[in-house]
Write a new protein. Sequence first.
Length: 86
Amino acid sequence: MAAGNIDMIHVLFFGPVVERVGINAIQVEFKPGMTLQQLRDELAEKYPHAFEIVCFSAVNGNHVRDLAMPLIDNSEVTFMARFSGG
């Protein structure tokens, strides 16, 4: 990490999760050893009503079920609710 630079995780929200968070994207400081579960827990504390409905997670465009997955600096993490079509 270069002096003055902060490593970040790019977080995107979709569907009804956006409505509950109030925005569709945020930046979260990356911490070495951070897992998807730790990121999810951190965000669920800030946005509990949004994370009540989160059913799917993706990291760098790939659907992830293993919340123990380690994240790396500049990862893009997406949280989505179940979609219903019509």
